[in-house]
Ligand binder design. Structure first.
Ligand code: GDP
Length: 137
């Protein structure tokens, strides 16, 4: 069993496809161990994406992530990190395989519908960023 962090980004929340995206996780065999809707502060968004601080798109990324509410979830299952990345599709929706979340719901590399942890180690850090262990089931 493994856990990963998923964020449904402001574009997908605004499109009202939260249920459809969570449904894809469940259909693929992942369990929603915790979930909540919240709006990131600029400080939180900067901290969450601090590995990208030096990248040219950092400011746009932070501005986008605080532009509206997000839905943050802990997904649990076998190979949860890799499975979630597969369901998400490539970072650039134009390169994402048909049937993936980004191919179906995302418009651009900025507004690309979802975030998913990229390793089990990062997942632990990202999950702890949003959830106390007592709130994960
Ligand atoms: P992810 O793990 O697939 O989300 O991709 P990364 O960790 O590499 O990047 C984090 C987020 O930064 C992505 O989901 C995009 O929203 C954004 N991003 C990454 N690369 C670019 C880029 O070249 N241009 C822009 N505008 N945004 C980018």
């Amino acid at each position: 069993m493994e856990r990963t962090l998923s964020i449904i980004k402001p574009d997908a929340v605004a499109k009202n496809v939260v249920g459809q995206i969570l449904g894809r996780f469940e259909k693929a065999g992942l369990t929603i161990a915790a979930t909540k809707k919240l709006r990131l502060s600029k400080l939180d968004a900067k901290k969450f994406y601090e590995v990208h601080e030096e990248r040219p798109f950092f400011k746009d990324l932070v501005d986008f992530m605080v532009s509206g509410p997000v839905v943050v979830s802990v997904l649990e299952g076998e190979n949860a990190v890799a499975l979630n990345r597969e369901l998400m599709g490539e970072t650039n929706p134009k390169e994402a395989k048909p049937g993936t979340i980004r191919a179906d719901f995302a418009e651009s590399i900025d507004a690309n519908a979802v975030h998913g942890s990229d390793s089990a180690d990062n997942a632990k850090v990202e999950i702890a960023f949003f959830f106390a262990s007592k709130d994960i089931f």
